[in-house]
Design a protein around this ligand. Structure first.
Ligand SMILES: NC(=O)c1ccc[n+]([C@@H]2O[C@H](COP(=O)([O-])OP(=O)(O)OC[C@H]3O[C@@H](n4cnc5c(N)ncnc54)[C@H](OP(=O)(O)O)[C@@H]3O)[C@@H](O)[C@H]2O)c1
Length: 405
């Protein structure tokens, strides 16, 4: 049996990954689980999957986890080794004891461990798209040098990976990524200013973490996916199209040079691409619903509206510009999304903060993970300052105008 390091075990992708492992008990043994702050969830996972190592973001989290294991009465020799922080993430991602690493931490926190696993030539299942959005060149250079297998878990890229098995890379004319369009697919531009975080978190087809759900509502997520696809499959942004497909059942398509289009179709369930990455190049029975072809169904496809969703356009521009622009795009978006969720800025403010941050941070080349983290930090700090400015303006605008005497 192979062994698995799961980075981001308590999140949406992490729990779905463990469900795949649960349904295929001969597939993988869990070597390491890593999470941020959710002590209760990782405690339950330890009891069920008995990893060798469990990691949390802070020492305080580890202390609470130790207390929970003690209270539960798990004998000390059966405890996993407990650790915290970034160095521990790198250790479990690069350990000879791990045959495969699933990278499913949200944000750039997962970058270094993923990069080091790739550098060592490990098989890596990549959900964390920020790794390629922020450090695409560095990570893909490492893939080329080490021969690591980087298997996409994002459903669209997983779909592309599957469709590419049908032909040679040089026979591919374009990639087509589908997007549900999010909850505001039909919302007029003027009404976007008043949408609430609760409305934006109500994704029509997928249940995911908060950051990616808001990114779906702005189509920033689709922009990140365009960037991710360029890096993963070696295409220019102009060769990657986005198509709105509200049913989220066709995940991706490939147009070959003869005009033939292949599509990857499956139920809206992340356990399918996760299992594909875990079993590649084999296919196993997956614990996901199958499409019922006895039912009539209707699938729609429409072009995206770049005017109402400016972050999608910005993603194309940043990937075309190269250098650190996409790293700044990701960092600024993370700050802006958090500010929107905190009620500091309105929904259109997310794009405004990202655009303004990009105009203030000069682009440059990043040669190391440290360079990328520096650019990320600088971009966050600038985006934070812009949020405060914008929040002040928005509060002032919302204040009742004093009545004229
Ligand atoms: N969800 C999807 O369907 C989906 C689809 C495609 C791609 N993705 C990508 O996959 C990644 C994860 O998405 P998600 O939806 O699963 O997010 P999520 O539900 O918010 O989970 C994020 C995970 O990261 C962990 N984490 C956060 N900070 C950490 C830290 N400092 N150290 C270690 N772990 C930390 C969290 O731990 P705690 O919860 O314990 O704090 C949690 O396990 C994102 O990059 C997303 O864009 C997700």
């Amino acid at each position: 049996m192979k062994s698995l390091t799961l980075l981001g075990s308590t999140g949406s992708i992490g729990t779905s990954t463990l469900d795949v492992v649960r349904h295929n008990p001969t597939l993988y043994r869990v070597y390491a689980l890593a999470a941020g702050h959710n002590v209760e969830a990782i405690f339950q996972q330890i009891i069920e999957f008995r990893p060798d190592i469990a990691i949390l973001a802070t020492s305080a989290g580890v202390a609470r986890l130790a207390a929970a294991l003690s209270e539960y009465g798990l004998p000390r020799p059966n405890w996993p080794e407990l650790a915290f922080g970034g160095a521990a993430l790198v250790d479990v991602a690069t350990s000879p004891a791990a045959d495969m690493v699933i990278s499913a931490i949200v944000g750039v926190t997962g970058l270094e461990a993923t990069y080091e696993a790739v550098r060592l030539g490990k098989r890596v299942g990549l959900a964390n798209k920020e790794v390629l959005v922020s450090g695409g060149r560095l990570v893909m250079d490492a893939v080329k040098q080490s021969g690591a297998e980087l298997l996409p878990i994002d459903s669209e890229h997983n779909g592309v990976h599957q469709c590419l098995r049908a032909g040679n890379r040089d026979q591919v004319a374009r990639l087509i990524l589908t997007a549900s369009g999010g909850p505001f697919r039909n919302t007029p531009k003027h009404a976007m200013a008043s949408v609430t975080p609760a409305e934006a978190l109500n994704h029509p087809t997928w249940r995911m973490g908060k950051r990616i759900t808001i990114d779906c509502a702005t189509l920033m997520n689709k922009g990140f996916e365009v960037i991710e696809a360029c890096w993963l499959f070696g295409f220019a942004p102009s060769q990657v199209d986005v198509v709105i497909h509200p049913q989220s059942t066709v995940h991706a398509m490939i147009e070959y040079s003869d005009g033939s289009v292949l599509a990857q179709i499956s139920a809206t369930d992340m356990r399918m691409p996760i299992q594909y990455a875990l079993t590649w190049p084999e296919r196993w029975q997956a614990p996901v619903p199958k499409i019922d072809w006895t039912q009539a169904r209707h699938w729609d496809f429409a072009p995206p509206d770049f005017d109402r969703f400016p972050l999608l356009k910005l993603a194309y521009q940043c990937q075309q510009a190269g250098g650190s622009a996409t790293c700044t795009l990701n960092a600024a978006d993370e700050i802006a999304v958090a500010a929107f969720l905190n009620g500091e800025i309105g929904f259109p403010g997310i794009a405004a903060v990202v655009e303004e941050t990009l105009s203030r941070i000069p682009g440059r080349q990043a040669h190391t993970v440290a360079d990328i983290l520096d650019i990320d930090k600088e971009s966050r700090s600038t985006a934070g300052a812009i949020v405060r400015q914008l929040a002040g303006l928005e509060t002032a605008a919302a204040r009742p105008v004093p009545a004229r005497v």
